[in-house]
Write a protein that binds this ligand. Structure first.
Ligand code: MG
Length: 317
């Protein structure tokens, strides 16, 4: 039986080039204290990466982020028309003072199942959210949570709600997008009534239906909805980001640059191929993201390790 490792080996991401580019030995060559090299590269950070280490001291933390060389941030944590304990304007001022530009924000409506009945309420939620995000000065607003989808009708409803959110945002000059994890690739939907067939002994189980991520790409209006691909979660969904870039070239203007832990250290992500192809397709923004970091390392140290990797990587412009 094919193991996950075998599968990942087959992906074009796991070329020799990727492993070399990602080897930990090259990290030592980094020279990240050079402000000139930091100034040339516009590198963003999803602030979720820092968790409590940032929320404990937002002004101090934002300064640290800027000092590392990050220039833009994507928010996580907006809710009830505030950012944690801060009013929108106050939070923006802290970031401005640190020299960081808030260019994006992750926000989820409270509903997980979209229906004809709650669609208008969700649209109102996006109107309020857009209003506040104009004050943050973002260029994109992104939903990171996957709504519930079991049937093709559910997918249709989700795409409708997404298109409406995109329309509301676009009217205010903000682009609206969707961020994936791995479930979008693991779940397939064929029709409302069809049930997956049980595999027969000795038979390979062939999943039926289409990958939900593809259904979302096809069901949404490209002028209203973009996709902020999280390249790590795509690989964890056993798919190759490069194949998606090839298949839907203009849909991924923003990326989440993520690895298992600190960028470039697992050797499983060929960031050189990812960046090259993404630039060719018109990449505008990207945000570094980490969840866990290495044993004994703080989140701030992990986030620093990530930007050091990008600053020393020639393929990052
Ligand atoms: Mg992500």
């Amino acid at each position: 039986m094919e193991t996950k490792r075998d599968f990942l080996k087959k992906l074009s991401l796991l070329t020799v080039g990727g492993v070399v580019a990602g080897s930990a030995s090259t990290v030592a060559a980094s020279n990240t204290s050079n402000p000139a090299s930091a100034a040339k590269k516009k590198i963003g950070l999803q602030i979720y990466s820092l968790g409590k280490e940032l929320t404990d001291d937002v002004p101090g933390g934002m300064k640290k982020i800027a000092q590392m060389g990050y220039s833009t941030i994507e928010l996580a944590g907006y809710g009830n028309r505030k950012m944690g304990k801060y009013e929108v304007g106050d939070y923006r001022k802290i970031c401005d003072d640190a020299g960081l530009k808030i260019t994006s924000s992750h926000v989820n409506p409270t509903e997980r199942k979209y229906t004809k009945e709650n669609a208008a309420g969700i649209a109102d939620f996006w109107k309020r959210t857009v209003e506040d995000h104009l004050k943050f000065g973002v260029i994109t607003l992104v939903q990171p949570g996957m709504p519930q989808m079991e049937t093709l009708d559910d997918v249709k409803m989700v795409c409708e709600v997404f298109n409406t959110a995109g329309e509301i945002s676009k009217a205010a000059g903000i682009k609206w997008g969707y961020h994936n994890h791995n479930n979008e690739f693991k779940q397939r939907i064929s029709s409302e009534t069809e049930k997956p067939l049980a595999p027969k002994p000795g038979d390979f189980f062939r999943p039926k239906g289409e990958i939900v991520y593809d259904l979302m790409l096809k069901g949404t209006n490209p002028d209203l909805v973009f996709f902020e691909m999280d390249v790590y979660w795509t690989v964890m969904g056993e798919q190759d980001p490069l194949e998606y870039f090839e298949k839907y070239p203009k849909r991924f203007p923003v990326l989440h640059i993520k690895d298992r832990l600190v960028l470039g250290e697992s050797g499983m992500m060929n960031f050189e191929n990812i960046f090259n192809k993404a630039y060719a397709n018109g990449l505008n923004e990207y945000y570094v993201e980490i969840e866990k970091t290495k044993e004994g390392m703080t989140q701030f140290e992990g986030v620093k390790g990530c930007i050091d990797y990008l600053l020393k990587s020639k393929f990052v412009k």
